[in-house]
Design a protein around this ligand. Structure first.
Ligand SMILES: O=C(O)c1ccc(O)c(O)c1
Ligand SMILES: [Mg+2]
Length: 624
């Protein structure tokens, strides 16, 4: 598959952008006029730089307000186009994107549009240039790709074709299926962009909120499927206008872009393979785009461990003991300890720890074929985590998630072989009857705001998790944007939170992450933890009064929850009971019991928890 990316997707100068596109591994670029105009490089120098970098210039854009105008205005269209064609010759660009008219069109007539595009095509031909006509979603008359394509067919000019842009098509809810029937030789260019589902005008949505394919909510795969089915054989290009990308690290964004195309090609290859197996589906036209399938993702079966990095935190160890965790041992060659209860394993790692504040640094994800999972992640351009181990130790493979968390691929279905590298050093231990904790239910990771879009694609594509709709949770210092990802059988759940940006007027709060542990009986667990002296997060009385109103629980049940600081939620599938420990640095633990088939996370309780944590974080200051 020939890949390309528009320079508008990236931050930096034109030169930075080109370097980043090449470093990421793109085959070509779309050069945005504004980037060229602002560059000190002559067009010939830009052409030479692209050639040196091995990048083709697949498109120059945009050329605006060309069509459906009066004769006077059209004379000016031709004059402007003459300058662009001369410039493009210096640049070595052979395809110009012509946007459907937004501002100056006054005549609503397909024949006129075809006539004017033909005349423009005649002028372009003399320069060896072709034109790709794109229906902008907010075009004055032409704002539907089917109409733009009809005009191209009417023009019947060898230098005039269609540019398909997934955003303009899907943002208006247009069905992309008709693309499959287009003459592929008439499709001159393909631009792909996704976007989150937002209820706003299409222009602002397009100019600020586009994201890479797979990071948003539009059915880009269905559109791409139709393009491949048409027999299109040209480049597949990314065109993203995004406020965050414009201020993010150039090279990193370019890599995230290429990853999105690799993932899209894999998903689409999978669809096509499934379609050929469907009886009666008819012939699937050959793929001329050149899709590459990756090693199949096998859904993970468990979170086998969570690793916490700290230079040494007695408080954390005390809380783990109070929750009934047993100390398994210390690693034979590293300053790392293992704590366990049921299948819940917590690794405390002092290696290279910057501070005593515990932070979630790694997750063990159990998969059926760890080697394939790691291979897939690497082919999705995930960064490998360098790791040293002795020859007699388990060779574990890990990749870095977008927030830096290390994801270890571990063998599912067996006791972890790596655990044998931990040896009990005979330190005196109290009794550990346990609290009935069985496993890690989920982890909650704080995400840097500029990397959440990348994370939305990483977990589904590399680990086979499914994205839930995002949720805004109101806390005392701002809104937390919460994104749940889970495996289909819900055995692996990860919650990604983007916190309010610091630097506002609101007093700063701690922004803790957490590990949630599933137990058999929340009341027994809470009582045992309290008997062991644990400090739980205090939940206000108003919460319990409201519980009674919301759910009609009996007095006795509510009194028990109130006494133990246990929160409660219920849906049509079951019930959810949970308590939180106090915060240790930037970490807390949650213990929960799921009853029936409750699949959520007690979202209604999160604002109450955040308010309680905020109040406590301020308490020491108030006392001084
Ligand atoms: O927002 C715009 O004007 C614009 C310009 C060129 C494009 O290819 C496009 O999709 C949008
Ligand atoms: Mg476009």
């Amino acid at each position: 598959m020939r890949t390309a990316i528009a320079t508008v997707c990236l931050s930096g100068t034109l030169e930075d952008k080109l370097d980043a596109c090449a470093a990421a591994g793109f085959d070509g670029v779309e050069i945005f006029e504004n980037d060229l105009i602002a560059s000190p490089s002559r067009p010939e120098d830009v052409a030479a730089r692209c050639a040196d970098l091995g990048l083709s210039i697949d498109l120059y854009q945009p050329f605006r307000d060309a069509d459906l105008v009066t004769d006077d205005r059209f004379a000016d269209t031709l004059r402007r186009a003459g300058h662009k064609f001369a410039l493009m010759e210096r640049l070595g660009a052979r395809l110009l994107l012509v946007c459907s008219n937004v501002a100056t069109a006054t005549i609503d007539d397909d024949d006129l549009a075809a006539e004017q595009l033909s005349a423009l095509g005649d002028a372009a031909t003399g320069h060896g240039i072709r034109l790709a006509y794109e229906a902008l979603a907010w075009g004055r008359y032409v704002n539907d790709y089917r109409r733009a394509h009809r005009i191209v067919e009417l023009a019947g000019h060898p230098a005039v074709g269609t540019c398909l842009d997934s955003f303009h098509i899907l943002s208006r809810g247009h069905d992309p299926a008709a693309i499959a029937g287009f003459d592929p030789e008439r499709i001159f260019f393909l631009q792909l962009a996704d976007a989150p589902a937002l209820g706003m005008d299409v222009l602002s949505w397009s100019r600020h909120h586009r994201v890479f394919p797979g990071e948003g909510d539009l059915p880009v795969v269905a559109l791409f499927d139709a393009v491949v089915a048409s027999g299109y054989a040209g480049p597949v290009s990314l065109e993203i206008f995004n406020d965050v990308f414009r201020q993010s690290e150039t090279r990193r964004t370019a890599v995230a872009g290429l990853r999105s195309l690799i993932a899209l090609a894999d998903t689409t290859a999978g669809h096509r393979a499934a379609a050929t197996r469907t009886p009666g589906a008819g012939d699937v036209r050959p793929d001329r785009v050149g899709l590459t399938a990756l090693p199949a993702v096998t859904p993970p079966t468990a979170l086998g461990f969570a690793e916490v990095k700290t230079s040494g935190n007695d408080h954390l160890e005390r809380v783990l003991r109070q929750l009934g965790f047993g100390y398994v041992g210390t690693h034979q060659s590293k300053p790392v300890t293992l704590w366990q209860q049921g299948d819940a394993r917590i690794v405390i790692n002092a290696q290279d720890a910057a501070s005593a504040d515990p932070l979630i640094s790694a997750l063990g994800v159990d998969v059926r074929r760890p080697i394939d999972a790691a291979d897939r992640a690497h082919r999705l351009l995930a960064e490998a985590v360098p790791r040293t181990q002795r020859v007699d130790e388990e060779a574990l493979t890990a990749v870095r998630a977008p927030d830096g968390t290390e994801i270890f691929f571990c063998q599912s279905g067996t006791a972890p072989a790596w655990a044998a590298e931990f040896h009990h050093d005979g330190r005196s231990e109290g009794e550990h009857p346990g609290l009935g904790i069985r496993r890690i239910d989920h982890v909650n990771l704080v995400q840097p705001w500029q990397h959440i879009d990348e994370a939305r694609l990483f977990y589904p594509s590399a680990l086979g998790l499914t994205r839930w709709p995002t949720l805004d949770v109101a806390g005392p210092t701002g809104l937390v944007q919460s994104q749940v990802m889970s495996s289909d059988d819900a055995s692996v759940r990860v919650v990604l939170n983007v916190n309010p940006r610091v630097g506002g007027d609101a007093p700063s709060a701690s922004r803790p992450e957490h590990i949630a542990l599933a137990c058999d009986d929340i009341v027994l667990a809470a009582r045992a933890a309290c008997a062991a002296g644990i400090v739980l997060l205090p939940i206000p009385q108003n919460y319990y009064d409201d519980l009674q109103a919301r759910f009609g629980l009996d007095e006795k049940t509510v009194a028990q929850l109130r006494e133990l600081n246990v929160c409660y939620d219920r849906d049509e599938h079951g019930e959810f009971l949970h308590f939180y420990t106090e915060t240790i640095g930037e970490l807390y633990l949650e213990v929960l019991e799921r009853r029936g088939d409750y699949r959520g996370f007690g979202a209604a309780d999160a604002p109450v928890r955040m308010a309680a944590q905020f109040a406590l974080s301020r308490a020491p200051a108030a006392a001084t």
